[in-house]
Design a protein around this ligand. Structure first.
Ligand code: F6R
Length: 631
């Protein structure tokens, strides 16, 4: 949430910063701004609204200069207004700072600054308090009499060193999370960055360097990156950088190659990233499985788990955790691991799990699932599990993300960048990987070679089957048009497809803003049936599986109350539903444990087409942002 881009080099900073912000817009889009230093003057442009608004402002009065910082905001403290847009300045207006995260003790820090005579605050943000604090500490260090305390002028740190020290001293007083970047008009070609709990990456170029919340902002300029760790402070110049810690110790770093290119984050001919990402699923599911299935041993090979066969055999309980769409994948994972490996498995909302004293056994394996690998609640749950000594694994898409780095092992999705705020391809990759984990754990227990082979065959058949399902896009568009005037939708499913009802309802809510609920089909009669009426369609996810006839009964109950029914089915389902469903969508028949990977796709498309029909901004739904780094 919130995007930061910083640049120091020989080119004009403005177009690079603006371009980077456009690529990070999915992280927040309620206001944006830049601060660029030209000579000894810091120029800022900022406003409420989308990056396009900022672009107009910058076109009217272009800021010049070869180093600067920028920000796209998802509001936490203070409304999305021009005043609250970042960058924020210190009391002298010479230091500009952008921030991603939440300074929890900002009020106490602000009160102290006010007591010390600083009343010059112009926004409601926590960020401005940090800018003032750093500015005050820097100015105080510059005011030190070079001759005092026996120090000569030469032995005192230069301006750069003093600014870094002021940042460290301020951050030691901060409670909360931050990814920050700042510039000072008195210190040419110099940016300071720091992180705790909010991601920050250093892009290393030739005679130019970058700071960004996410590599997608800078991959057009460099693919060499240093993923900063919590409590890192980085001093960035054109041709060098230095990493240290908030405590003042020298830091270690590793240079990594970004695994995707600029071309991978282009929308191409698609009108929205979400549609592009839905259509990428044959490839992303294939990539999630690539090199990970062994026909010879009839099992999955997941070396990144960093667990010996004995350790895998000793797993007595699995806890799956995540948020939103990742949590829905976890819920399918529960069915999968219990069915394939017969290991007791539970799903926990990461936000609840981290604050709860859940009874755990020593043989519990905790799996944190997160596309971004940065979600604050999931990271919190992971850290809490580690603190208590449980083995943790991460299933992440973003390489070198915090969850990936802090887990004992894990599996990367390799789904490529997911930019649409509504998660789509990451979900199917997560479910495919959870199937592989179920297979691996099962084959270490009771699962036979023939069962193992059947599961591998089912997984390997998926990309082609997804291609077939994608051909339903026009049918889903027609259904979306038919129901474009409804006020909401209900979604029902059983077993492996109950979490799909939840996921379909989430997609619908997120991008159409319609009321939507997902439930296990059988829960209808326990209360939800009171909602059924002619203008509220019920979507039943009912492939031709062992619970098909049970779903059929529930559909009859809805029909008896004049509720319209849309059915997602397979095999002979269409024939049996012909007389009772208003709309029937048929997907290929597959074993029940892989069916969610197919059933979810028409429902992603339904939400997408309905959102387009309703004129919504599909990739940037209101109030939302991708990569939720606040609690
Ligand atoms: C829904 C959606 C969110 C995310 C959730 C977790 O479309 O995108 O619900 O799934 O915020 O995000 P990650 O997977 O990055 O931890």
């Amino acid at each position: 949430m919130c995007g930061i881009v910083g640049y120091v080099g020989r080119s004009e900073a403005a177009p690079i910063l603006l371009d980077g912000l456009r690529r990070l817009e999915y992280r927040g889009y309620d206001s944006a701004g830049v601060a660029i230093v030209d000579g000894d003057k810091v120029e800022t442009r900022k406003c409420a609204g989308r990056i396009a608004e900022l672009g107009k402002l910058m076109a009217e009065r272009p800021p010049t200069g070869t180093f600067g910082i920028s920000h796209t905001r998802w509001a936490t403290h203070g409304k999305p207004t021009d005043q609250n847009a970042h960058p924020h300045f210190d009391a002298t207006g010479r230091l500009a700072l952008v921030h991603n995260g939440v300074i929890e003790n900002y009020q106490a820090l602000k009160d102290q600054l006010i007591r010390d005579g600083d009343r010059n605050f112009s926004s409601d943000t926590d960020t401005e308090v940090l800018a003032h604090l750093i500015g005050k500490l820097y100015d105080a260090s510059m005011a030190v009499d070079p001759g005092s305390n026996g120090k000569t002028k030469a032995s005192l740190p230069n301006k750069k060193g003093r600014l870094v020290e002021a940042v460290r001293t301020a951050l030691r007083q901060v409670i909360g999370t931050y990814g920050i970047a700042l510039v000072h008009q008195d210190i040419p070609d110099f940016i300071v960055g720091a992180r705790r709990g909010s991601p920050l990456v250093l892009g290393v170029g030739k005679d130019e360097n970058f700071l960004a919340s996410d590599v997608s902002a800078i991959v057009a300029y460099t693919r060499d990156a240093v993923y900063l760790n919590d409590f890192d402070v980085v001093a960035v110049e054109r041709d060098k950088f230095e990493i240290s810690s908030v405590a003042g110790e020298a830091g270690n770093y590793q240079l990594s190659k970004v695994e995707f290119t600029d071309a991978d984050i282009k929308k191409g001919d698609y009108p929205y990233y979400m549609l592009k990402e839905i259509f990428e699923q044959p490839g992303s599911v294939r990539d999630a499985m690539r090199g990970r299935l062994s026909h010879e041993e009839c099992t999955a090979k997941l070396g990144g788990l960093n667990m010996s066969p004995a350790q895998l055999r000793d797993v007595g309980r699995v806890v799956l955790t995540g948020c939103g769409t990742a949590l829905h994948a976890a819920m399918i994972g529960e069915y999968l691991i219990e069915q394939l490996a017969q290991i007791p498995t539970e799903v926990e909302y990461a936000s609840e799990f981290r604050h709860r004293n859940t009874p755990m056994t020593r043989d519990t394996l905790v799996l944190a699932i997160s596309q971004s690998g940065e979600t604050a609640d999931t990271l919190g749950a992971l850290r809490e599990s580690r603190r208590k000594g449980y083995r943790t694994l991460g299933i992440c898409n973003n390489v070198a993300s915090t969850i990936a780095r802090e887990s004992d092992g894990g599996v990367y999705m390799h789904a490529g960048p997911e930019i649409g705020v509504a998660a789509t391809k990451s979900f199917t990759s997560q479910v495919a990987i959870l199937t592989a984990i179920g297979l691996l754990l099962g084959r270490m227990r009771h699962l036979s070679t023939s069962e193992g082979t059947r599961i591998i065959d089912a997984l390997e058949a998926l990309p082609d089957q997804i291609e077939q399902v994608l051909k339903l896009s026009d049918q889903m568009k027609a259904i979306a048009r038919k129901y474009a005037s409804v006020n909401g939708m209900l979604f029902f499913g059983r077993q492996f497809n109950f979490p799909i009802a939840l996921e379909a309802a989430l997609k619908m809510k997120e991008i159409t803003y319609l009321f939507a609920e997902g439930h296990p089909s059988a829960e209808l009669k326990h209360g939800i049936i009171a909602l059924v009426r002619p203008d509220l369609p019920s979507v039943f996810i009912t492939p031709d599986d062992a619970v098909f006839s049970k779903n059929l009964n529930n559909i009859e109950q809805v029909r008896a109350r004049k509720g319209p029914v849309i059915a997602i089915t397979s095999g002979t389902g269409a024939d049996r539903l012909a007389k009772i469903a208003d709309d029937i969508v048929t997907i290929p028949a597959v074993p029940d444990y892989v069916s969610p990977i197919l059933t979810v796709i028409p429902l992603q498309l339904l939400a997408y087409h309905l959102a387009v029909e309703l004129g919504r901004d599909v990739d940037k739904p209101r109030n939302l942002a991708k990569s939720v780094t606040v609690e």
